[in-house]
Design a protein around this ligand. Structure first.
Ligand code: COI
Length: 364
C-alpha cells in the first residue's frame, strides 16, 4: 500500500506576478511538497504544505559537505486549458541516478510524481499561459543530519518548489554568446559531472562571472583532463550542425544526460538527420568553423529549451555562427518541442502526461 499525501492549507495566498514579467526563477507559488528520510523510517511523511522557510540545524550536513541533488522539469498550459508535464518520469529517474552517486537513499519515483501532480493541481492558477512560459518544477534533496564527520547523512529532506517562468535568458531575442573556458574545469570522469548536484554549479560560478565580465552569457566547458574536448555549457547541453550532420558530445560520465538533449536527438533521428554523439575537439570545431562548415550551434535544456548560439570565443579566436542569427534547425526544434510540450503538436513519442484535475484536497 502506497503512502498517502497530507495537505495543510495556507492562511493567505500570494499576489501573483504580472503575466508579462516573470523572468526566470524569481517567483514562487503558495505551496510546496515535502518528505523526510530517517534511517528508522525511510522516506516518510509526504505532505503538501504552505511555501515558506525551512528550519535546519546549523550543523546540518548540507551546509558543510554539500550532499545535495536536484532536478528541473516543467508543466505547460495547453491552448485548451489542460496542464501537461514533459517526460517527468525521465527527470525522476535521473534524480535517483544522482542520488545513487551522492549516496542519498533512493526515492519512490511514482510517489514523488504523484506529489508533484497533486501540488500542481492545487497551484493550477499559477501555470502561465503566454508563449514561452511554463511552471518550472524544482525538486531537491538535502542531507539534514546535524553531524560534522565526513560521512553520508542519516537524515534527508526532499522538497519540490514551483516557479512560474519565462525565458531563462531574459528578453534576449538574439542568440547567446558563449565563452570557452580553458583554465577552470567543471568535472572529471569518475567524479560527479553526470549527477545533478549543487557542487557542479558552485564550482562553475567563478568562470560564469569571468565570462559575464568579458561580455558573454555562459561558459562552454572542456574536458577536465586534456582540456581539448567539448563537454557542456553552464545550464545546457550543446549541439553543432556541421555539413548537414548534427554533432553533440557523447555522454562520458562527466556530462549531464539532459532530458531535452535526449528529446532533441530522438527528434533529429525521426527527421532522418544524422546525429553523431562523439568526442568533439575544440580545435577541430574552430577549424571547421573557419572553413565555413559550422552551420549552427545551439544549447538544449529544460530551463534553456533550445538556445541558439551566435558567438563562440576560445583563447583569442572568436567565431560568429550563421551571421549571429537563429538557425533554421534550431528554430524547427524549438517550434516542435514547445509544440509537443504545450499540446499544439501531436505527441507521437508519448512524452507528455496530463495533470488531471484532482478532487479538492482535504486539509489535515
Ligand atoms: C534546467 O535546465 O532545468 C536546469 O536545471 C539548469 C539550471 C541549473 C537552471
Amino acid at each position: 500500500m502506497g503512502q498517502s499525501i497530507a495537505f495543510q492549507k495556507a492562511d493567505q495566498l500570494k499576489k501573483k506576478p504580472e503575466p508579462g514579467q516573470l523572468g526566470f526563477g524569481k517567483h514562487f507559488t503558495d505551496y510546496m511538497f515535502e518528505m523526510d528520510y530517517t534511517l528508522d523510517e525511510g522516506w516518510h511523511d509526504a505532505r503538501i504544505i504552505p511555501y515558506g522557510p525551512i528550519l535546519l540545524d546549523p550543523a546540518a550536513m548540507i551546509f558543510h559537505y554539500g550532499q545535495e541533488v536536484f532536478e528541473g522539469l516543467k508543466a505547460y498550459r495547453a491552448e485548451d486549458g489542460r496542464i501537461l508535464l514533459f517526460r517527468p518520469d525521465k527527470n525522476l529517474e535521473r534524480l535517483n541516478h544522482s542520488n545513487e552517486r551522492m549516496d542519498i537513499p533512493a526515492i519512490d519515483e511514482s510517489l514523488v510524481l504523484e506529489g508533484i501532480k497533486r501540488l500542481i493541481n492545487i497551484e493550477k492558477d499559477w501555470v502561465p499561459a503566454l508563449p514561452g512560459q511554463s511552471l518550472y518544477i524544482r525538486p531537491f534533496i538535502i542531507g539534514t543530519e546535524p553531524f560534522l564527520g565526513v560521512h553520508p547523512s542519516g537524515e534527508y529532506k526532499l522538497i519540490v518548489i514551483l516557479s512560474p517562468v519565462g525565458s531563462y535568458f531574459g528578453d534576449k531575442i538574439n542568440p547567446v554568446k558563449i565563452y570557452v573556458e580553458d583554465d577552470f574545469v567543471r568535472a572529471v570522469r569518475g567524479g560527479v559531472g553526470f549527477a545533478k548536484t549543487a557542487g557542479n554549479y558552485a564550482g562553475s560560478l567563478k568562470a560564469q562571472s569571468k565570462a559575464e565580465e568579458l561580455g558573454f552569457d555562459q561558459v562552454l566547458w572542456l574536458d577536465g583532463v586534456e582540456r581539448k574536448y567539448i563537454e557542456e555549457v553552464g545550464s545546457m547541453n550543446i549541439f553543432f550542425k556541421i555539413h548537414g550532420e548534427v554533432w553533440t558530445p557523447e555522454l562520458n560520465g562527466s556530462i549531464l544526460p539532459g532530458v531535452t538533449r535526449d528529446s532533441v536527438i530522438r527528434l533529429l533521428k525521426h527527421w532522418d538527420i544524422k546525429v553523431k554523439e562523439r568526442k568533439i575537439s575544440v580545435k577541430k570545431l574552430f577549424k571547421k568553423a573557419e572553413k565555413g562548415e559550422l552551420e549552427e550551434v545551439f544549447g538544449t535544456g529544460t530551463a534553456a529549451v533550445i538556445s541558439p548560439v551566435g558567438f563562440l570565443k576560445w583563447e583569442d579566436r572568436v567565431i560568429k555562427v550563421g551571421n549571429g542569427r537563429v538557425g533554421a534547425l534550431a528554430e524547427k526544434l524549438y517550434d516542435t518541442l514547445t509544440g509537443i510540450q504545450t499540446g499544439r503538436i501531436k505527441d507521437k513519442f508519448g512524452w507528455t502526461q496530463e495533470v488531471s484535475p484532482d478532487p479538492e484536497p482535504v486539509a489535515e
